[in-house]
Design a protein around this ligand. Structure first.
Ligand code: UD1
Length: 366
């Protein structure tokens, strides 16, 4: 069975790593790693390959940045050529980035079967590019691997047949648990952020990069004003995504002294910091889930989430991007006792093995 594993942007790399490990463990898969090049900076791509022990990609498409149409079309044109030359039986895509959509559409039009990992999640917010990517990918996929019950329900509601939907847990959590062991076993000084962490008693960990939060000057200024106020009493550690960095400069918005600005961090450096944070503030999809998996309190700077289990069972609370609400909720969370929440069903570190078992069944059917 020849299978292409597609990864393009930072959050994809965490999901692909455990799948590669499980395929290697099971044997019998002729897999090829395709890196679309959607993310290309060392800090956004190569450092993840190193931290997550992902082998060098077999195929690199060099798509790079651009508008949505430019980026998506560059991936599509390059991926089509590769599929026509190599004839994979399956293309496995993960998550909801532009590369996920681009490669699933190309594969399906060439008659190649598509498996979607992290399928069925819905924010029901079509102003998010990721929601469109999720819906299109799920509309044409042949196999769906879901991380939480809501994913299964959404897909069944959209008319998918039960046999194609597999509730397997979350590969992101497989990766997290694997890496957590390594981070806990490592010497403190092996982390670039160790001196900063040692100097801080209690801190918040922040990530911010959603277009809806950073692309509008007024919205970003409001969020930063709230963060600057918070940082006067509790320091904030903030690895800055390139999109956000550009916007801060463009809009002339200044971060206050209590905000420790860092370049984008590798996976382990980032985990080393957020796992011990008093609170995580984020607009990332993955971090909402990872904080739930480790019981770290999380406030999400969005009005909705496609990952409702993190609020129902986990530690996540949605706060949106209104400055006053952010201030209130942060104070509230910092003053309340830490509630670990519950780890969602099947988030046990074995999702990739379950995916591989299902794919083995399909290999026999080929
Ligand atoms: C993409 C995903 C988003 C994911 C995020 C994680 C889509 C629609 N969005 O958003 O779901 O949460 O990745 O990071 O696929 N840039 C660099 N170096 C890089 C990559 C990007 O400097 O290696 C800069 C470029 O200026 C680029 C901008 O960041 O224009 C945005 O990159 P892009 O991949 O378009 O979207 P993200 O905001 O990263």
């Amino acid at each position: 069975m020849k299978i292409f594993l597609v990864a393009g942007a930072r959050p994809n790399f965490m999901k692909i790593a455990p799948i590669i490990r499980a395929m290697e463990g099971a044997g019998g898969f002729d897999w090829r790693l395709v890196h679309t090049g959607q993310h290309y900076d060392y800090a956004m791509s190569q450092s993840f390959f190193e931290d997550l022990e992902i082998p060098q990609p077999h195929i690199f498409l060099e798509a790079g940045s651009g508008t949505h149409a430019e980026q998506t079309s560059k991936v599509m044109v390059a991926f089509e050529k590769v599929c026509e030359n190599e004839h994979p039986d399956w293309v496995l895509v993960v998550g909801d980035v532009n590369s996920t959509l681009a490669c699933s559409v190309v594969a399906k039009k060439l008659g190649i079967s598509v498996a979607h990992v992290e399928a069925g999640l819905r924010s029901f917010d079509l102003s998010m590019p990721e929601e469109i990517n999720r819906m299109v990918t799920d509309a044409i996929s042949d196999l769906f691997f879901v991380t939480e019950e809501s994913g299964r329900e959404n897909l069944l509601h959209e008319g998918k047949s039960k046999e194609k939907v597999h509730f397997v847990g979350h590969v992101m959590v497989d990766n997290l648990l694997h890496q957590l062991e390594k981070v806990e076993a490592a010497q403190d000084d092996s982390f670039s952020s160790a001196p900063l962490k040692r100097s801080l008693d209690r801190y918040l960990f922040l990530t911010l990069h959603r277009p809806s939060n950073v692309d509008d000057a007024k919205t970003l200024a409001g969020i930063v004003a709230a963060l600057n106020t918070i940082a006067e009493s509790v320091p904030i550690v903030f690895p800055v995504h390139p999109r956000t960095e550009r916007r801060l400069q463009e809009f002339g918005i200044e971060l206050g002294k209590g905000i420790h600005q860092l370049p984008p961090l590798g996976f382990r450096d980032s985990l080393y910091l957020w796992k011990d944070a008093a609170l995580v503030l984020t607009d990332s999809g993955g971090l909402q889930e990872e904080t739930t998996a480790l019981g770290v309190p999380c406030l999400t700077l969005r009005d909705n989430t496609e990952r409702p289990i993190t609020c129902e069972l986990g530690t996540n609370v949605l706060v949106g991007n209104d400055p006053e609400k952010i201030l209130d909720r942060v104070q509230e969370r910092l003053n309340s006792d830490r509630e670990p929440g519950q780890v969602p069903p099947m988030w046990d570190g074995r999702a990739a093995e379950r995916i591989v078992e299902v794919l083995q069944g399909h290999r026999r059917a080929l």
